[in-house]
Design a protein. Structure first.
Length: 427
């Protein structure tokens, strides 16, 4: 049944107020305190007369016509006041009867409405609405108190909890018209059905009725975005996978991962809507990885947070990405023997490199002073300040760990030797 608009407590206050008015009025009348006659009409007459100009025997002839006009007005006022006085006396003599005829039907109507069958004002969650949180009770509010002993509430899926009848207004704690369910455990996300039967008024006068509400438990979170995108190349080997969801489900949802090739990882909940997956060790360079994200609904005890039951795991997102390739050397010079002493050292990588980091890690033995430069983002050049020594073997070395601009790094050192030409001899 639906609500009729006026809550029980307010109807009760109106009835009590009207009864108090009747009691005071009838009581005063019974003891004779209402025998006072209406005097304001005569007082009004006196005030009007006092404001009219007084007659003067010595007034000149020119003002006699004005005096006659005043007499006409005064006579008309007397007639009006006389009629008002007569009507006032009639009303006053029957005032008690009129008051009772007005108030008693209102009281009877309101009292009958107060004893009618309770109607539902609102409920939480509403029809087809969702629970905001398991910390909040489910609420059904009626417009008047109900007979609590016969109420048969039910919730599906069934979970452990407590149904209570509570007051809707704090200053009327005895007027219990809110039916609340305080859950002790959570339910799986999805459909929720609330049913209650045996609803009747506190005096059990009206026919019992029942009602059902289709709602939903907490919303199932959906994936808003994931990094990296499916098909990404050059994913950093020390990078992390970041997932954004649309709503927070707290402990009601667990997230599981499947990473191929297998690698250890940790899941960090940055906040209610962001999940970060970091890997225990750097990923392999140039490797294709497959990443699957599963959503697992969970039921748990609200107080202890102990898991009661886990639902079926559901695949919600799958992506593949390729990690950055190891930067390799495509070409280097000089090499072997017979190298001219005025030559420079050049190395070409297959990736654009972190130039400052490459320069910091360049070495040549024996040591040679010179200037380092880049012909392009992939080609490093070392120009000695002076000619190299003749008949000398030089070793060029770059340690492992040279980085490309996309994050790849050399896993082994890059090193080679070359020998300069000898002195010219005369035979």
């Amino acid at each position: 049944m639906i609500d009729r608009g006026l809550a029980f407590e307010y109807e009760l206050l109106i009835v009590l107020g009207l009864l108090l008015v009747l009691a005071i009025v009838n009581g005063l009348h019974a003891y004779g305190y209402l025998g006072i006659r209406i005097k304001f009409l005569s007082r009004l007459k006196e005030k009007i007369q006092n404001k009219l100009p007084k007659k003067n025997r010595e007034v000149s002839f020119e003002f006699k016509r004005e005096e006659n006009n005043h007499e006409v007005i005064e006579n008309k006022l007397k007639k009006v006041l006389s009629k008002l006085k007569t009507f006032g006396k009639i009303v006053w003599n029957y005032k008690l009867l009129l008051l009772n005829l007005l108030i008693v039907p209102i009281i009877v109507f309101l009292f009958n409405d107060m004893l009618s069958s309770p109607g539902k004002i609102w409920n939480y969650p509403g029809t087809e609405e969702e629970l905001r949180s398991y910390e909040e009770p489910l609420v059904i509010e009626f417009d008047r108190p109900i007979y609590a002993e016969d109420v048969q509430p039910y919730i599906f899926p069934e979970i452990d909890g407590e149904w209570k009848m509570e007051s809707a207004i704090s200053w009327m704690p005895w007027s219990k018209r809110q039916l609340k369910f305080y859950p002790k455990e959570t339910m799986f996300p999805g459909k929720l059905f609330i049913y209650y039967a045996g609803i009747t008024d506190v005096f059990e006068r009206t026919e019992r009725w029942e009602y059902g509400i289709d709602a939903y438990s907490v919303r199932i979170p959906e994936i808003v975005s994931i990094y990296p995108d499916d098909g990404t190349t050059d994913f950093a080997v020390d990078g992390s996978v970041e997932v954004e969801i649309d709503v927070s489900a707290g402990k009601a949802i667990e997230w599981e991962l499947e990473v191929t090739p297998t690698t250890e990882y940790q899941v960090e909940y940055v906040d209610g809507k962001n999940i970060k997956v970091t890997f225990s060790e750097n990923l392999h360079q140039g490797e294709l990885y497959n990443f699957k994200l599963f959503r697992v609904p969970v039921r748990y005890n609200i107080e202890s947070e102990e898991v009661i039951e886990r639902g079926e795991s559901e695949l919600v997102k799958e992506i593949s990405f390729t990690t950055v390739k190891e930067p390799l050397v495509s070409e280097f010079s000089p090499k072997n023997g017979g190298v001219l002493t005025d030559t420079n050292v050049r190395i070409i990588f297959d990736n654009e490199m972190d130039q400052a980091q490459v320069q910091d890690n360049f070495s040549i033995t024996p040591s040679v002073s010179g200037a380092m430069s880049w012909e392009d983002p992939k080609t490093f050049v070392f120009n000695p300040d002076q000619n190299l020594a003749k008949e000398t073997t030089y070793k060029v070395n770059f340690p492992a760990g040279l980085r490309s601009t996309v994050g790849g790094y050399t896993e082994k050192e890059v090193a080679w030797e070359f020998t300069t030409i000898g002195a010219v001899t005369v035979s």
